[in-house]
Design a protein. Sequence first.
Lengths: 431, 195
Amino acid sequence: MKITNYASYAVCIAILLISYGVESCNSELRIIVPDVELLAPTLQGTGVIPNPSRKLIEGVYAVSQGNGRFGDTVILKHDREALSIFCQKNSTYMVFRSGTKDSSILYAGYWRNAQSPQTGLCTLEIRPNDGAGAILRATRPETLTIRGAVGGSDALPSEPLVLKYVRPLFERKRERTDGKFWIIAHRGGGRNSDRLPFSENSTELIKFAGKLGANGVEIDVRLTRDGVPVLYHDENLNTRLIDGEYMVGAIGNYTFAQLQELCRLKNGERIPTLDDVLRTIVDSTALTSVWLDIKEPSAIEKIIPLQKKYLERAQALQAAGKRDTLEIFSGLATDEIYQAFIAHPEHASVPSICELSVSQTQQANSKVFAPRWTLGTLQSEVSRLHAENRRAFVWTLDQPEFIVQFLNEGNYDGILTNYPTVVAYNYYIRR
Amino acid sequence: MKVLLLALLILIPCLASAQEDTLRGDYRLIVQANLGFSQARIERSIEVDKADYSPLGFLRTLRLIWRPDHLLGMGVETGLLRVSNLIVKQDATLPTGTTLELDAIPVLLIFSMEKYGIELTSGVGMYNYRVNATLNDADLTASTQWEIGWMLGGGYAYPLSRSFSIGGDIRFYSITERQVTLTSLSAKVQWQLWY
């Protein structure tokens, strides 16, 4: 065989390897949630835990059994009727449904490592003698012990887990912000790559964000071709975010009706309108902050009326004692968005978050300055903003070591993150 | 699909070894035109209510291949591949009569080995993936996007003269990230521009 044939053979192999590589470009991430319905019998016939009792369960707990998997300390916090646990080890969190039966408090749910696919089922119980009796009478027990079991994947829980109450959750003492610290979940709770049970920027994920420890959400807003503000991050309709073969190119090329009929988010949800999402947040969540990441200047005209409409609705519910305060901010992330915002006649009275600079924050009368985390703690700038009764949120902090560093060394009022469970653990564990 | 690629890794040396030792010869330039049918398989399809859907369509492609005196030729391929089409039959979210057509225009660098009229071809490159929505012949939406992909094919050409051959091809196209694959059967006309 001549040398040219060897060359031909080599080239063909190279081509096939390239094709093999191209075929491997496809990177589907499986969303992983164990089958919690396996635990349905645990909560059969249970009643609702009263709200004052739920508050008494929240706190910092020592892990006396099961610390190999979850670390020595965990945080317990409720989001309405659901209980979440944020763990020291491996960024693990747990989400439970709850109920009370025969003077016991019962939980059934799952644990998950926030930064890997590891997950499993879990059950917990507070027995009457372990503190449930006092808690259900809305009094703090002298000691509080939670016993349970955990399993791997869909296996029924069998490894013992015992938690002992240590102290209440950390609360920031700062009159200016009413003691609040904002844990803001990126894209409504996290990215698709974080394998959460719902798609990013979906109504379902936003309703779930509180269970991840967030008290605020950041969501991305774009306009459809017929001018409907919808939640979608990327400029183009792509396989990272949606399914639907007829969805090609820019989202702005399609009408809202076409998007509704021809496309689904990665976990099967429909692309939601901003109107529907804000109504859901106001009526069906305990979230206190919404950061609208406006992706195109022309959307501002459509967004501001919705922002005002739902702020008024939230204020009415707050006045009736049906919800906590809610703030909805227009996010000013680029100069184009900023210019379009300040050109709006009502901009000074519209709550906004400015990501650009302190001076632009002041000029736009933004309530919040939000620098990128790589700029550091910006102590003097943040102090200056606090003196002007403004706040500062930092974005997007995901690494646990940096989250701890910013909580300890910074003076920010909130953190935007893809891992609200990690921020929640490291915030509430503080003394 | 990956198994098919690996099988070809084994097949190609067999074909390569069939090459006879010859002196360096003339280069040839080949034009191939194919017309046929394709069947699409779409992993990310979603069901649309009250609509007629078809993953069958026409395939029209054109290739220009440079064949040197050794076994491996290379060239480019383009054309128009119908991926699928959908017609809304009753008013749902979309009005009755809304038609959506999904096409892909391949722009592929191809590598071809031909012996005794049998040809094996592989290609990598981009597909201009395009959707066109119409209602009563009026354009509603036209949108395009470039997608990476590849193709594999095999066929036979029977020479009618020194310049012209006719034959047929079986081809497999993959628009990778979209998880769209097309299997096609087509007739071809081949014209040797110079030799």
